[in-house]
Design a protein around this ligand. Structure first.
Ligand code: FAD
Length: 289
């Protein structure tokens, strides 16, 4: 078993990829095609998100376990505190360990149904990701990561307080952080500065999503929690009726974003793949990784 932090502590610029658990046999085939296409590129790790329903959660456990057992890749399972008692969380963490998953991204999760609704703690559960980090670390030799927000967490009104909370999660035992999606590198770089100003120098991986279609661009806005920057829309949307042109321009734009980040000293990039590999492979090839 390999710890993500060991894969990140290298001289070479590297990348990682994120999947979601497949919901059907067809989706499972698509996911595994992407896994097999990315495997020869030796990503630092591959992560699988954790959903709200019981069946989706089982699929995260199964998918990460299968990646651990059937591939040469380093898997990381996400875990959230949503609708879980501490006893249930212990159980899931035990399943991760039993299936060979040593890396966990500990995130609080959003209220099911309405991501912007009021957070409700399970009566026997946890309130903040910081507590989840502690729980996972207590239960074994896990390497733990946390979420970070270049534009601030949607519930936070103050970027400095948000950074204080991020650093608390790291101090609770996390070895690295992955940033929410963004398209304007300054927001990410300023977050990194806020971490460094607080004496925190663990790897902060930018979340990067190759933009291949207008639908994916819309998805960016949903996930990032901020509007698509006007200059990006102005560049891409005139190509909305030209799928090949849109895709080429989107991959080029994301390649340039990554080049800027690498020039600023970023040593690892985390790609949101939406369970497809082609666009990520194109960006990775463009960057010469
Ligand atoms: P927390 O760190 O607990 O923060 C939540 C809010 O509370 C923030 O506003 C923060 O500033 C504040 N806060 C934190 N600590 C304290 C404290 N001690 N006192 C007072 N306030 C505090 N969601 C899923 O459902 N499944 C996934 O697999 C998933 N993967 C993700 C991966 C990445 C890389 C990212 C960036 C997000 C992911 N999310 C996922 C979404 C995430 O669960 C939500 O964005 C959630 O709202 C915040 O999670 P968190 O871990 O940052 O929470």
């Amino acid at each position: 078993m390999t710890a993500v932090v060991d894969r990140l502590n290298t001289e070479k610029t590297t990348f990682s990829v994120e999947f979601f658990p497949p919901r059907s046999d067809d989706e499972e085939r698509i996911l595994w095609r992407a896994v097999r296409e990315l495997e020869p590129l030796d990503p630092a790790f591959v992560s699988v998100t954790y959903g709200a329903g019981g069946s989706s959660r089982d699929r995260t456990i199964r998918t990460t376990g299968r990646i651990a057992q059937e591939t040469t890749l380093t898997p990381m399972a996400h875990l959230t505190a949503v609708d879980h008692s501490v006893a249930e969380l212990r159980n899931v963490i035990g399943w991760y360990a039993a299936s060979g998953v040593q890396n966990v991204l500990a995130v609080r999760g959003d209220p099911p149904g309405d991501p912007n609704g009021e957070w409700r703690q399970h009566p026997e559960g946890l309130t903040y990701a910081e507590e989840l980090v502690r729980l996972v670390r207590e239960l074994g030799e896990f390497c733990v990561g946390v979420a970070a927000f270049p534009h601030g967490h949607p519930r936070s009104t103050d970027l400095d307080i948000d950074a204080d909370h991020l650093v608390r999660k790291i101090r609770a035992g996390a070895g690295f952080a992955i940033a929410q999606l963004f398209l304007e590198p300054e927001y990410f770089l300023r977050l990194r500065d806020r971490m460094v100003a607080r004496g925190c120098d663990v790897p902060l991986l930018p979340g990067v999503m190759p933009i291949t279609t207008p639908r994916v661009l819309g998805k960016f806005g949903e996930l990032a929690g901020v509007p698509v920057p006007a200059e990006v829309s102005e560049q891409l949307m005139p190509l909305a009726e030209d799928p090949a042109g849109f895709r080429a321009a989107g991959v080029d734009l994301v390649t340039r974003l990554c080049e800027r980040l690498i020039a600023e000293g970023v040593a690892a990039l985390h790609f949101y793949t939406l369970n497809r590999s082609k666009a990520t492979r194109q960006v990775v090839a463009n960057l010469g990784l």
